[in-house]
Design a protein around this ligand. Sequence first.
Ligand SMILES: NC(=O)c1ccc[n+]([C@@H]2O[C@H](COP(=O)([O-])OP(=O)(O)OC[C@H]3O[C@@H](n4cnc5c(N)ncnc54)[C@H](O)[C@@H]3O)[C@@H](O)[C@H]2O)c1
Length: 428
Amino acid sequence: MKQNPIIAVIGLGYVGLPLAAAFAKKYRVIGFDINSERVSELNKGVDSTLELSSEELKDALAKNESKGLVVTDQQSELEEATVYVVTVPTPTNKYNQPVLTPLQKASETVGKVMKKGDIVIYESTVYPGVTEDICVPILEEVSGMTFNKDFYAGYSPERINPGDKEHTVTKILKVTSGSTPESAKYIDDLYASIITAGTHLAPSIKVAEAAKVIENSQRDINIAFVNELSKIFRLLDIDTQDVLDAAATKWNFLRFTPGLVGGHCIGVDPYYLAQKAQEAGYNPEIILAGRRMNDGMGNYVAQEVVKLMIAKDCKIKNGNVLVMGITFKENCPDIRNSKVIDVVQELEKYNLNVDVFDPWANASEVKKEFDIDLISEVSKLKESYNAVVLTVAHNEFLDFDINKHGGDPCVVFDVKAFLDRDGIDGRL
Ligand SMILES: NC(=O)c1ccc[n+]([C@@H]2O[C@H](COP(=O)([O-])OP(=O)(O)OC[C@H]3O[C@@H](n4cnc5c(N)ncnc54)[C@H](O)[C@@H]3O)[C@@H](O)[C@H]2O)c1
């Protein structure tokens, strides 16, 4: 393990880029990504994930002898690094099983360039055991070196929240771990040198992996619980938000709000834990019940909208619906694993024509991912909608005048409960 580390960050997405920029304030950093388009936009000072402003990115790219970021798609440039931090995606497939290919490929890349004494730290979200049982054997095989003798490994989960400008990478306490006491201390010191919120050194890599995956699974289960409550209270004709407001006055009530659970963390990570549990012979009932509940919310929202439309005599067959928001969360351009598509597809099953409007999403990405042509503005279709469904609470939608765009009659369904309740017909 070397003094004056040169840090390589492998995978420059939502997690890797802000981390690379934070390290670059103090160290020499090589940011590597296999996506040449991403590398090219970053080198022009543009971050399409909007996690870094152009100014922050350009600051990071302004390098000198001892610090600063180089962004590249050339594997050979990784050779001078002494610490490798892997931040590649860990999605699931259509059967909700973990896809570890990007991690395996990134481990091969690192295995080809690493040298004696180097450290490989994984940040991607995984189930307990992936670092030591899957990634380390690849590093050993490709490099021909021996684990914990020639090189060391660590795991330090990322906790950032896309679009959140308050809880940015250095302001979130970071869990760290390493494969030997010495490497663990080295890794912890390295993160502590840039994370102002501090670090927590976990006793093992598996503990750190498990901690990350349960943080998101816990959120998923808590949201599933309030989603279930919202279904019950709709049947009882009680407003869920009123109930939550009342219950939240108790000191130990945990406030979660109902909604669609998308993105690449909360809706995905519990499946990683579930798979590992099943491998170990345990069927995780609560975790998977939470997943089933949350994965079904898109269809449920669409069906509630249609029921309200029938009750109000709105046109259903060939009727027009405006869906506002396609990103997986508010004020963020990330559309990965957005559950709004379930709302759209379920509405279309009722022969409704659905327009989707989202000022945050990239139209060509939406076309590629969901085969939806976003409408670029709503005003053109004035007074033509039989229903408006607010799916994502983008700030821009707060001033949206539904009365200007809805036909008569028109149903307004506010999934996120962020509009004035007087103007709406239903919410979760
Ligand atoms: N986005 C979040 O808020 C968040 C928060 C905490 C943890 N995580 C976890 O962090 C990991 C990364 O997530 P993300 O949101 O940054 O993903 P992302 O898709 O935004 O970025 C991943 C980047 O890795 C690149 N990549 C893929 N395979 C590669 C390879 N073999 N070599 C080099 N680069 C490669 C991709 O081109 C992409 O630019 C995932 O495991 C995710 O679960 C994400």
